[in-house]
Design a protein around this ligand. Structure first.
Ligand code: ATP
Length: 325
């Protein structure tokens, strides 16, 4: 016989949709080691998540589908090449289930801009589908799946500020005061990451002194001064220490970036850098007012497609909303 309280027992609620936000990243420092036999380069980098973000909603559905809206949506692949689709399929395979899910992606991160937009979407989809499917994956396992999707995906899961080694997938936390104020200069058209690395390899092989490989036994590491500037919350010092080994290659492929960097520094930035493989440029300023000022100057310079003000460190992939059925 059923006792009365059984009839009032709450059924476990079934989720019908989950929305996750994921941030773009800047590399505050990026040192590229020698080409490895697997085709990747070893890196020493400092990742920093900023408030520019994409949003992903996943909904229960019979079939896997993807819709994209927002900035530059037309430039993003809708098929199995899309990192959001690949993330849903990878997680479904790991869980031994069908990947039936409708994915709606709202882009806010520039496409092929060097800010890990696709990686952010992969991270967001992993978190969203894991919640939708009630998968209780240990964090380590989630990070392993993330690394299978791309070198920047594990960082996009955790966000904040972190040291990255290996291909960028081996992470360690960094103490970083904040907030840090950034002005982002968005370019017309993207740059292909493999092309920028190829140009980098070509320049290094041709003996450009600036692009010296770390010597035998010399660790591929991040300068202690940069880590202490981050810890102390000193934007002036941090601005002077920003560095990206890929910057010269990106500028060689897109000479206008040289003008953008110059315009940012002339406009009062404490430091400026090409984001990852470019072509977005990030400028560090001291506060919100300085950001608004520099953004206006850059917008008026004629060298950029658009400007955005952002702050960091921002969170990693996080759930914004869940709807239960
Ligand atoms: P990377 O992470 O390779 O440095 P990026 O940050 O410069 O790349 P992304 O916005 O990730 O730039 O896009 C790189 C390419 O990845 C795009 O040109 C596009 O063809 C492909 N891509 C796959 N999935 C996505 C996605 N969800 N959003 C944007 N681009 C995607």
């Amino acid at each position: 016989t059923t006792t009365p309280h059984h009839t009032h027992e709450r059924l476990p609620s079934r989720l019908v949709s989950v929305t996750v936000q994921a941030s773009a990243k800047i590399n505050l420092y990026l040192r590229v080691g020698p080409l490895r036999s697997d085709g990747y380069h070893d890196l020493a980098t400092v990742f920093h998540a900023v408030s520019l973000h994409d949003e992903i909603t996943v909904e229960e559905s019979e079939h896997l589908s993807l819709e994209i809206c927002g900035e530059q949506a037309e430039k993003v692949p809708l098929d199995g090449d899309n990192l959001a689709v690949r993330a849903a399929m990878l997680l479904a395979r790991r869980l031994g289930r069908e990947p039936g899910v409708r994915i709606v992606l709202r882009k806010g991160i520039p496409v092929a801009g060097g800010m890990a937009g696709g990686s952010a979407d992969a991270a967001a989809t992993l978190i969203a589908c894991a919640a939708l499917w009630h998968a209780e994956l240990p964090h380590d396992e989630l990070m392993t799946l993330a690394a299978q999707l791309g070198s920047d995906v594990p960082f996009c899961v955790v966000g904040g500020t972190a040291l990255g080694h290996g291909r960028g997938e081996r992470l360690a936390p960094v103490l970083a005061a904040g907030p840090w104020y950034w002005v982002l200069a968005l370019a017309d058209g993207g740059l292909s990451t493999p092309q920028v690395y190829a140009e980098f390899d070509r320049r290094r092989a041709s003996g450009d002194g600036e692009l010296r490989e770390p010597g035998d036994g010399e660790p591929l590491d991040v300068p202690a001064a940069l880590l202490s500037a981050l810890r102390d919350g000193d934007p002036k010092r941090l601005g002077s220490l920003l560095h990206n080994d890929l910057q010269d290659a990106a500028v060689a492929l897109r000479p206008a970036l040289g003008r953008v960097l110059e315009a940012g520094l002339d406009g009062g930035a404490l430091g400026g850098i090409v984001c990852g493989s470019g072509p977005t440029c990030a400028f560090l300023v001291s506060d919100q007012d300085a950001a608004v000022d520099l953004a206006a100057r850059l917008a008026g310079s004629g060298w950029v497609r658009a400007v955005r003000c952002a702050t960091g460190p921002a969170a990693g992939a996080r759930i914004l909303a869940r709807t239960a059925g």
